[in-house]
Write a protein that binds this ligand. Structure first.
Ligand SMILES: [Zn+2]
Length: 101
């Protein structure tokens, strides 16, 4: 399936703009995750999933895990994706053993 992402806020609906507000507020209140590179940070929308997240020059993605901002990881080897605790043991993919972090 094709993934279409955009940073164009005119493509964000009311719901997506609200999610962007909540993300910006969480960034202000709790800061960005430690391992997230603080460069060229922008708000991005996945128009397929309706998912709104923060991303950066390293193409890392930050989303809410519950009410906490966390990096959403992707295994380049097997495509496994999720938050660190869900998909990794000691920085390695639980599914294929690839070093992700
Ligand atoms: Zn993997």
């Amino acid at each position: 399936m094709e993934t279409i992402t955009t940073t164009d806020l005119s493509k964000f609906g009311a719901r997506e703009r609200q999610l962007a507000e909540i993300l910006l507020r969480a960034w202000r209140v709790q800061g960005l995750p430690e391992d997230f590179t603080d460069e060229e940070v922008t708000i991005m929308l996945n128009t397929n999933s309706g998912c709104v997240f923060l991303t950066n020059s390293e193409f890392q993605a930050v989303m809410f895990n519950g009410d906490k901002l966390e990096i959403f990881y992707y295994c380049p080897n097997c495509g496994n994706e999720g938050f660190e605790k869900e998909i990794m043991n000691d920085g390695k993919c639980k599914q294929c053993g690839e070093q992700i972090k």
